[in-house]
Design a protein around this ligand. Structure first.
Ligand code: PLP
Length: 412
């Protein structure tokens, strides 16, 4: 939340017209959608691409001689190139389509099984989503490798000096999120990558929460693997991407077997297809991939600098007002954070506040946000989470603050 940031004119009312869902009512009140960290809403431009696909060129890809199949293949591969350009990957074949962040992490964790042995160490952070914890625990069970954890402080920041102490010649892999979904902390992944590489460990970054707010450059970061989900970036559910450095993707064995991922199959021996198809078994989410590309086009047309600066304004505006409410405590007070506010008020159960605000048309998340270790750290069962996206407004925040005050009065 820097005050020196220059103000960029942001035409939020025009942007809101792109999102049909923002016109609907919930419980007789205009919808205020503050659950963007769970999933984002979809603009008409992306909905149109989905409708066009199923109306005009739905076909299976890569194996048809007919026109529809070629059109679908072209659009799907063009979208892969859009994703490559967006993340500044060196090659299009370093972009693997997945069903989402969870799938991308499981792909890497499973493929690493053959490369790890007892005595090897892998490092996770205290700030992770369950989907960046459980697949690695399963990997450790399969291989005998040991899982270590980078601790956090009460502001919700990782303690880098502790990270350095965990690193040694046995460290093979480090996996952290770029931004925490539960607290909004932006992690210092540049430093984490540099320090991990100094001991020759590979780094996977979970970008599910960063991609809606910033545009990562995987070559500048020198990251080994980067994963995200389209549905958090104005795209559809069920599609995402895994970026992997070519050398790693060549070294790792395939995760799933099936059609599309082979070069030749006989019962004696099967050879695998080249990248990226080696990791893309079965008929993919063709429409989803194309719509993912359209979502990136949509967000890039607005511009990530403008998005980040406007969202910071929303964060600051909401934070200042919320801190005026008696007994309200915000979890996650890192200096570097995005537009996520996790909070509780006194001893009121998060679910009770969430339920009352839903009656007023306001969509928030309550619970552990798939990050139970963070809740354990703060010794709380959960929080209420408001997460903003560039189509939210200060007026919506005003309505939310008034509703929150009312809910607190009713419940205390
Ligand atoms: C949402 C999220 C995930 C999981 O993404 P899916 O789309 O459910 O696979 C993982 N990590 C973080 C930080 C998230 O925010």
């Amino acid at each position: 939340m820097s005050t020196t940031q220059k103000h960029i004119d942001f035409h939020v009312e025009a942007i809101r017209k792109d999102f049909p869902i923002l016109n609907r009512e919930v419980n007789g009140k205009p919808l205020i959608y503050f659950d963007n960290a769970a999933t984002s809403q979809t603009p008409q431009q992306v909905i149109d691409v989905i409708v066009d696909y199923y109306s005009n060129y739905n076909a299976n890809i890569h194996r048809g001689v007919h026109a529809l199949s070629q059109e679908a293949t072209d659009a799907y591969e063009q979208a892969r190139i859009k994703i490559q350009k967006h993340f500044n990957a060196k090659h299009a074949h370093e972009i693997i389509y997945t069903s989402g962040t969870t799938h991308g992490i499981n792909l890497v964790a499973n493929s690493f099984s053959s490369l790890l042995k007892k005595g090897d160490e892998v490092i996770v952070s205290a700030l992770e989503h369950h989907s960046n914890i459980v697949p690695w625990q399963m990997l450790c069970e399969r291989t005998g490798a040991t899982l270590k954890v980078i601790p956090m402080n009460t502001d919700g920041e990782l303690i880098l000096s502790e990270f350095e102490r965990l690193l040694n010649a046995n460290t093979k892999l480090v996996f952290v999120n770029h931004i925490s979904n539960a607290l909004g902390t932006i992690n210092p992944i540049e430093a984490i990558i540099e320090k991990a590489h100094a001991v020759n460990a590979a780094v996977l970054v979970d970008g599910a929460q960063s991609c809606p707010h910033i545009r990562p450059d995987v070559q500048a970061l020198d990251v080994d693997f980067y994963v995200c989900s389209a549905h958090k970036i104005c795209g559809p559910t069920g599609v995402g991407m895994l970026y992997g450095k070519e050398e790693w993707l060549k070294k790792l064995p395939p995760y799933q077997g099936g059609g599309e991922m082979i070069a030749e199959v006989s019962f004696e021996k099967t050879t695998y297809a080249d990248l990226p198809h080696k990791f893309e078994a079965g008929t993919p989410n063709v429409c989803g991939g194309i719509a993912f590309g359209a979502a990136l086009d949509y967000m890039n047309a607005i511009g990530f600098d403008a998005i980040a600066s406007y969202e910071n304004e929303l964060l600051e505006y909401a934070t200042n007002q919320m801190l005026q409410i008696d007994g309200l405590k915000i979890y996650g007070t890192a200096k570097e954070k995005t537009s996520v506010i996790s909070f509780n008020v006194g001893n009121i159960h998060p679910y009770d506040i969430g339920t009352i605000l839903d009656k007023m048309g306001i969509a928030l998340r309550t619970g552990h946000h798939c990050a139970q270790p963070i809740m354990d750290f703060y010794q709380i069962p959960g929080t209420i989470r408001a997460s903003f996206m560039f189509y939210n407004t200060k007026e919506e925040i005003d309505t939310f603050i008034a509703a929150l005050k009312k809910a607190v009065m009713m419940l205390s």
